[in-house]
Design a protein around this ligand. Structure first.
Ligand code: BDP
Length: 732
């Protein structure tokens, strides 16, 4: 039990009654035809079912036999065609599927049908998930499902030397030096895992790109990976270095309006297609953090994106142009820059360009208000980019379930279409003990009032403004550690990203339930306790690192641990003092009209709640306001006391997590139990480190005593400031 099998463990069902029931219902399966995807489906059904049910599963004609699974497309399978599903399949599109328990020639059968083979594969994983989570299959039922977002993509920040930028789970999965000769079987398991949660694209190289990946030597290697991924519906994308025409093309310029440069990219894409005929397109980081881009030639982001879009368009490709930009001039507020640069470009991008926007305006902090570009560019498809790897949330040592973070952004109301007919939940502090109303299992479509709320999710899935394409990206936390993600619980974040990319209406609790049952056990006490722990774990990290809207106060460069004192960097907006602005008068970044006025980038109704410190939710308070240490909080306490109590609460909650985990010792296998147990001890030490460092440092300004209940540090501020971590992982 080293975690390699992820949520696809297929361990024999322990509950005898449940096992007997499934055994009686499932004896064999049929998948007609041959293709790499159909073979993958057969293997998954055979392995999954025979292991879950601990019995041989027959393969062959279903007729006259009970307990048969019939899987396929009407086009490829005469048996499926005979079921007359055409009408029912109309609604599920190219990637969706139908799973149904119905009578076929008078005998009960389980049908998995779709319009494409990949749809059948997704349906297969869904059926296996139902069994893994002990869902009843006996009564007649029909499930139809299809993704809400078209492009569901992992972004690997993997370098060609196998290091991973901001990766904390070992080195890259891609053994570039051994490709294409050696195909690591792990590539197949990667693709299976992605397909099992509906991920259909992978950008395999770092956004801080190297042009050499576009040369024949590397394209051979890319082809080898794409060939492994293809049967699983996983398309390959590459990151494009904007200066590639100069670096590997021998041109003198990379100016996107230069005809020679434009032709070079067209030829390059045609060449890539000879290796990877279904190549998906490019992810691009340009004019950001030293990366070259169109602005080097006085051109706009749209000029750059459109040039690449024209090159991939004849082949059906897309360009995902990142909006993570901030200028070289020292900005008054970095949070405003992406909006300032991109908003004026709305409507000028080609149809196959999506602008890829991080969930918040700074940089993947433990908590950020949603990015103001969501809802601000109605004529442009906007992708959301989330960070699954925990650069700022305890890296691979701190247990932190990210679905609540993803949901917080996706469910946030941009008010881009003005007032809503129902009160929005988006700007209220989440009630972490009781999942938020938007965080409940989805209500069947027929029961939902047709209310047009302009949530980030609706911007991203394209329904708000009727976009022709839609996408979502997650910066992966995967490496070559045996368990893929370093921390056993961080597998849940890969899983949650995929599940939400498929259906953003799923609740964090529902996804946690699925993951726990599939990864550990269906034991109800275990699932309930661990689900509770997972759901609060992100808020716990916020509490001991950046409570009440604080942000970007981590160690410099490696971003490991606290560094609120960081003040000397080559750019002011890389320091911590730039963001917390603590002084004798108080703490926080004034982004209201009296400060940077970043608030004006939001729709008026969204801005209104944040503008007044009295209505601004506590969770975002110091993001938007610089407030006196004695500011009276909603709780009646002073701001200083609240800050201190939040840091303490974070530490207390980690200790509760340790306790809860100890209670699971008899239930969880020793290997994974020990691993998590040791990591929780590290997390407790790190939470204390964060609390002590931040409180000692901020106390030099607040000059106030710690409130009752907050433990005093046993070390000095100087001790913490002197700690150095030259070899912290993840620098890439
Ligand atoms: C920051 C990371 C940096 C990435 C950058 C990006 O620190 O390593 O290159 O984001 O998203 O969070 O481009």
């Amino acid at each position: 039990e080293d975690g390699y099998d992820l949520w696809l463990r297929y361990k024999t069902i322990e509950n005898q009654a449940v096992l007997d029931n499934y055994r009686a219902q499932i004896s064999g399966y049929v998948v007609e035809g041959y293709s790499p995807t159909l073979e993958a489906i057969k293997t998954e059904l055979n392995n999954g079912l025979s292991r879950l049910l601990d019995k041989p599963i027959a393969f062959g004609s279903p007729f006259g036999k009970t307990g048969w699974i019939i899987a396929g497309t009407p086009e490829g399978s005469s048996i499926v065609a005979g079921l007359n599903l055409t009408e029912e399949l109309k609604s599920v599109g190219q990637e969706g599927y139908l799973i149904s328990n119905r009578k076929v020639r008078g005998i009960n059968a389980l049908v998995i049908a779709a319009n494409s083979e990949v749809g059948v594969l997704y349906g297969t994983f869904h059926l296996l998930r139902l069994i893994q989570t002990h869902q009843p299959l006996d009564n007649e039922f029909t499930i139809t499902d299809s993704p809400k977002i078209q492009h569901r993509i992992l972004n690997h920040w993997d370098n060609l030397d196998q290091t991973v930028e901001r990766g904390y789970a070992g080195f890259s999965l891609w053994k570039w030096h051994l490709l294409p000769g050696y195909i690591d079987p792990r590539y197949v398991d990667y693709a299976r895992a992605c397909a099992s949660i509906g991920i259909n694209g992978t950008a395999i190289t770092n956004v801080n790109a190297k042009a050499v990946v576009l040369t024949p030597m590397y394209l051979e290697k890319v082809k080898a990976l794409a060939d492994v991924f293809r049967p699983y519906g996983l398309k390959v994308y590459l990151t494009a270095r904007f200066s590639a025409p100069i670096e590997i093309g021998g041109l003198e310029t990379a100016d996107p309006l230069d005809p020679k440069v434009r032709q070079w990219w067209k030829d390059k894409v045609t060449e890539i297609m000879t290796y990877v005929p279904d190549f998906g397109g490019f992810t691009v980081k340009a004019n950001s953090e030293g990366q070259p881009g169109p602005q080097n030639y006085g051109r706009s982001h749209a000029d750059g994106a459109n040039m690449l879009a024209d090159a991939v368009a004849p082949h059906g490709g897309i360009v995902m142009w990142r909006a993570f930009v901030y200028s070289n001039e020292q900005p008054v507020d970095r949070a405003k820059q992406a909006y300032d640069e991109f908003k004026p470009l709305d409507g000028t991008f080609r149809k196959n360009v999506m602008v890829q926007v991080k969930n918040g305006a700074i940089d993947f902090q433990p908590r950020e208000p949603f990015h103001p570009l969501f809802g601000a560019m109605p004529k442009t498809p906007i992708m959301a980019e989330f960070q699954i790897t925990q650069e700022y949330l305890g890296q691979a040592t701190n247990l932190c379930y990210l679905a609540p973070l993803f949901k917080e952004t996706l469910d946030a109301d941009t008010y881009a279409k003005g007032p809503n007919p129902t009160p929005s939940q988006s700007l209220k502090a989440p009630d972490l003990r009781n999942p938020r109303p938007t965080d409940r299992p989805p209500v069947p479509a027929s029961q939902v009032e047709p209310v047009r709320v302009a949530t980030v999710a609706k911007v991203v899935d394209g329904t708000l403004d009727g976009q022709a394409i839609s996408g979502i990206a997650g910066v992966t936390n995967i490496g070559n550690d045996r368990n893929w993600t370093g921390h056993p619980f961080h597998q849940a974040n890969w899983f949650a990203f995929g599940r939400l990319a498929w259906n953003h209406e799923l609740s964090s609790a529902h996804i946690a339930n699925e993951w726990l049952k599939m990864t550990f056990t269906n034991d109800p006490t275990f699932v309930e306790t661990m689900r509770g722990m997972m759901l609060t774990s992100r808020e716990t990290v916020v509490n001991y690192s950046t409570p009440l809207g604080l942000h970007h106060i981590m160690g410099a460069g490696h971003h490991y641990g606290p560094g609120p004192w960081v003040s000397k960097m080559s750019r002011a907006d890389w320091t911590s003092v730039y963001y917390h602005k603590a002084d004798s008068a108080g703490i926080g970044f004034d982004r209201t009209a009296t400060g940077s006025n970043a608030l004006e980038q939001y729709a008026p109704l969204a801005a209104k709640v944040w503008a007044d410190p009295k209505t601004c939710p506590d969770i975002d308070l110091l993001w938007f306001h610089h407030l006196p240490w004695d500011f009276k909080m909603k709780s009646g306490k002073t701001l200083w006391d609240e800050i201190a109590l939040h840091y303490q609460q974070g530490v207390d909650e980690v200790r509760q997590m340790q306790q809860k985990w100890k209670e699971q010792e008899a239930i969880v296998d020793k290997e994974r139990w020990d691993h998590v147990n040791m990591l929780l001890s590290i997390q407790e030490q790190e939470a204390v480190w964060w609390r002590n460092s931040c409180l000692l440092y901020f106390q030099t300004f607040s000059k106030r005593p710690l409130p009752k209940g907050v433990e005093k540090s046993d070390k000095t501020l100087e001790y913490y400031m002197d700690l150095k971590f030259p070899y912290a992982p993840g620098r890439g």
